[in-house]
Design a protein around this ligand. Sequence first.
Ligand SMILES: Cc1cc2nc3c(=O)[nH]c(=O)nc-3n(C[C@H](O)[C@H](O)[C@H](O)COP(=O)(O)OP(=O)(O)OC[C@H]3O[C@@H](n4cnc5c(N)ncnc54)[C@H](O)[C@@H]3O)c2cc1C
Length: 490
Amino acid sequence: MNKTAIVVGSGFGGISAALRMKAMGYDVSLFEKLDQLGGRARVFKKSGFTFDAGPTVITAPFLFDELFKLFKKNRKNYVKFVSLDPWYRFYFSSNKKIFNYSASLKDTEEEISKFNAEDVKGYKNLLDFSEKIFNVGFEQLSFVPFHNFFFMIKQIPKLIKLKSYLSVYKLVSKFIKNEQIRQAFSIQPLLLGGNPIATTSIYNLIHFLERKWGVHYALGGTGQIIKAFEKLMKEEKISINKNSEVTEILLQDKKAIGIKVSKKKIYADKIVLNTDPAFTYKNLINSENNVKWNKKKVEKMDYSMGLFVIYFGTSILYKNIAHHTIWMGKRYQGLLKDIFNNQILADDFSLYLHRPTATDKSMAPNNCDCFYVLSPVPNLKKSFDWKNYGKIYEKKILKALEDTIMPNLTKNLKVCFHMSPNDFRKDYNSLFGSGFSISPIFKQSAWFRFHNKSENFKNLYFVGAGCHPGAGVPGVISSAKVLENIIKNE
Ligand SMILES: Cc1cc2nc3c(=O)[nH]c(=O)nc-3n(C[C@H](O)[C@H](O)[C@H](O)COP(=O)(O)OP(=O)(O)OC[C@H]3O[C@@H](n4cnc5c(N)ncnc54)[C@H](O)[C@@H]3O)c2cc1C
């Protein structure tokens, strides 16, 4: 008889773990609370529009390819990626300036020189430094387990040499003088739930990661990647159970032995959780042996921000809007402080606008455009009445777009709905409705983050945004490589 594994949650982390466990010879059963796979990468379909709910920027395609290769299959036969250009367009609402950040280094340098010619050299130096961070942070550390404290200690000199004690914004500011370019090159942690002013500068590796492998889009949307994985899992006889919320992790003394789902008990040799570790330790693990992450400790941790996401379709085309636009509001550091430290919803905001129809017409009916716009907001550590304020906030954001880069937007809306932190809490079981689990600050990274292997319970493992190496699609797929590493060495 084969060994058995249960995977709970079908985000990119859970799916990658299910595939890797299968390739290691386990009989795998996947349980997902929602009626579709993908977690934050699920899809909403409305009136002919296809909305990817979450991740849109695809980097490091080799990480997807590897999962197909485990079964001697080729990802390109399941889902196609195309590279984007420009990668991102920054629109600064305070002075209406535009900065295109693209695959061509020469074009990017020309764009930088429109803001400050001296920063071109600074950018080259920033990129060189990002490569050094990448060589350690990504190549050496993102696929290895971090549950051994002595291993962590050994890494400290390297991390100090790379100035990981600085924040992303501080490091960028050492190379770049222009404030708007500083903002453009330090905002990336926000896409992973981190405050650029507080997130460890290790996350600057993203600059080099993007340059090395490019920025991609999956034809048909990110949801097509999930569909491709679902097909692969079915071909490989992984049992997929949707609408199956796990309500308890079954424990026997200091060992995980199974799960409870719809009042049924199901047992397996290994239990892999792609659920939010904070929510899980607080609500699904009911044992006095849960010493390391008791309820109090978990609540005290620092959480990533919440997200307010408006999905909308228009009856006309907004041809001047790029695939990825970062719409910068008038404040940067002050706004970040309001979101992360003061935990108040400010009057102003900065936005990320996604227009997949810039690349892929199949996402909307003929001559229509498909969008989502995301506003980082405080998480629910301080409660907020999103139920009543959601519609008002939605209108406010659409008005800001209408007044700047999308004329007559309100008149041209065909479909419009939103997700607030309340929905993240309810749909994804995310503690405090946070967008990306605990935040990626230094004291919650590597050994200090939730471990991929439970500290207190044998046969219990974690993959996904809350554990090492962290949030973002490359991070959560890598967490399943860490899991494989652990299981193979047990
Ligand atoms: C709006 C948005 C935009 C983003 N953009 C990008 C981007 O462009 N690029 C990028 O790399 N990253 C991006 N991210 C981050 C990235 O999407 C996430 O970090 C990543 O997808 C999280 O994957 P995960 O494996 O942790 O699982 P999740 O996606 O969090 O999925 C976990 C699943 O487990 C299920 N679950 C929870 N509890 C239970 C239970 N008890 N029983 C059964 N099932 C359960 C949940 O319902 C969910 O389906 C974005 C995130 C959001 C929200």
